[in-house]
Design a protein around this ligand. Structure first.
Ligand code: ZN
Length: 477
């Protein structure tokens, strides 16, 4: 049977992290009430003049540097002419012939480097809200700075596309160029995909895929397309060059009803904006923000901390988490112990705060102190949970909480033994169950000791003392 190679290219739009729009002073907060963050410039009134937002240019340069692109020293903007109800000017200011960055790459594994074709700056359009018999338009988004990142058709399968997107998103977050929140549409991705006979150098007919709202959606849509195109090719049928929409519910792609074949956008240089020179100073300034790539971070974490790959993936999935973890380990160099509590109870606490890091007040130092006290046997795991819940939004001193709440662990033998003896005396039925071989009876007795000490007993020690006392008791019978 004929075998095929899959060829995938991606086109990613990310919203740059600026406070104001790309050509006017309106706020980029598109979640404000509809049509409140707008002005004559972003609404395209005649006679107004756009002014380029310096921060948008800086962030674009930063992304180009991060993705190893060649940066064009002289750039200009062009008008992309088309009519659409959410495009108030009837054209979009974009870049065409001369994008800000070209020919870059992002290494996503030891064996795969994805080549970047071009990166250009442009403005976003507004948003249409379709009702039953009419549509509404909100221009809050119109004029928000976007960066379009286009890869070469360089990805070999849907999994690789997923991995590239995941790492690109992380990297853009690391360098603080975009928050990449997909749910809010701050990162959007289209894909093109074609199949060709295995080993052939001639590319097949490509199909463009749109409307994928998650990375998972991108992967599912591509997987569906591989199968659809394969079955057509095996039947000797032609693949139509077209744009197809992914339907997340039906898990299928469908041809777009409006045919957008080879648009003639009649690009021409934007007459209201002059050429811009990207100075070496501007480039040097942005170099300071380039961090290690997600792959480099992962490799370093694997080497330095000796954790499981799965654990590291979670820690580096967010730059805030990764930095907090590294700081905590500096204060208490026991990465395994830190990771244990970090990935367990700490993440649970963060999730209760909806990962709103502004509300997290605990310092990495205090967090590492809690873990250290646990490892030293000063406090038990119940106390860890309590201290953490009391300090996560306050950064209250750990020792102070321990004193105030009386959480110091009971781990002196002469103190604990009284509770052990009490538990044995008061639960003779459970004790005889234990003697008859029911191991879980021991857990019940440990539980009783924890209860009597209000959770302060050192559970390991309590269990050892209990086993010892029970053994002695059995020998006496
Ligand atoms: Zn405006």
């Amino acid at each position: 049977m004929l075998e095929f190679d899959t060829v995938i290219g991606l086109e990613v739009h990310v919203q740059l992290k600026t406070n104001s729009k790309i050509f006017c002073a309106c706020s980029t907060n598109f979640e404000s009430p509809p049509n409140t963050n707008i002005c004559p410039i972003c609404c395209g009134y005649p006679g107004v003049l756009p002014v380029l937002n310096k921060k948008a240019l800086e962030l674009a340069i930063r992304v180009c540097l991060a993705l190893n692109c060649k940066i064009n020293k002289r750039i200009y903007f062009e008008r992309k002419n088309y009519f659409y109800p959410d495009l108030p000017k009837n054209y979009q200011i974009s870049q065409y012939a001369l994008p800000i960055g070209e020919d870059g790459f992002l290494k996503i594994s030891s064996t795969k480097t994805v080549k970047i074709k071009r990166i250009h700056l442009e403005e976003d359009a507004g948003k249409l809200i379709h009702k039953d018999t009419y549509s509404l338009v909100d221009f809050n988004r119109a004029g928000i700075p976007l960066l379009e990142i286009v890869t070469y058709p360089d990805l070999d399968n849907p999994d690789q596309a997923f991995e590239f997107l995941t790492q690109l998103k992380l990297f853009l977050q690391y360098i603080e160029a975009s928050s990449c929140d997909m749910e809010k549409g701050l990162l959007r991705c289209d894909a093109n995909i074609s199949l060709k006979p295995k080993g052939s150098f001639v590319l097949g007919t490509k199909v463009e895929l749109k409307n994928m709202n998650t990375f998972r959606g991108v992967k599912d849509a591509l997987e569906y397309e591989v199968e659809r195109q394969k079955s057509l090719l095996l039947k000797n049928e032609n693949i139509l060059q077209e744009t197809r929409l992914w339907d997340q519910t039906k898990k299928k792609t469908f041809p777009m009803r409006t045919k957008e074949e080879a648009h003639d956008y009649r690009y021409f240089p934007e007459p209201d904006l002059k050429d811009f020179i990207v100075s070496q100073n501007l480039i040097e300034e942005q170099k300071k923000f380039i961090t290690e790539t997600p792959l480099q971070k992962k490799e370093r974490f694997l080497k330095t901390y000796g954790l499981l790959e799965k654990e590291i993936d979670t820690i580096i999935s967010d730059v805030w988490l990764a930095n907090f973890f590294e700081e905590a380990v500096k204060f208490y160099p026991q990465p395994k112990e830190i990771a244990n509590w970090f990935l367990g109870i700490f993440l649970q606490n963060l999730s209760d705060l909806h990962y709103n890091y502004n509300e997290v007040k605990i310092s990495p130092h205090n967090f590492s102190t809690i873990v250290r006290y646990f490892c030293e046997g000063k406090i038990n795991n119940l106390a860890v949970k309590k201290i953490l819940s009391l300090s996560i939004s306050t950064d209250k001193n750990v020792d102070q909480i321990i004193n105030e709440e009386g959480l110091l662990q009971v781990s002196k033998v002469d103190e604990l033994i009284n509770f052990v003896n009490e538990a044995i005396e008061q639960n003779s039925k459970v004790v005889s169950d234990y003697f008859s071989g029911r191991k879980e009876a021991l857990e019940f007795l440990v539980g009783q000791i924890m209860k009597k000490t209000k959770g302060k007993a050192n559970p390991k020690m309590a269990r050892e003392l209990l086993e010892k006392s029970l053994k002695e008791k059995k020998n006496k019978i």
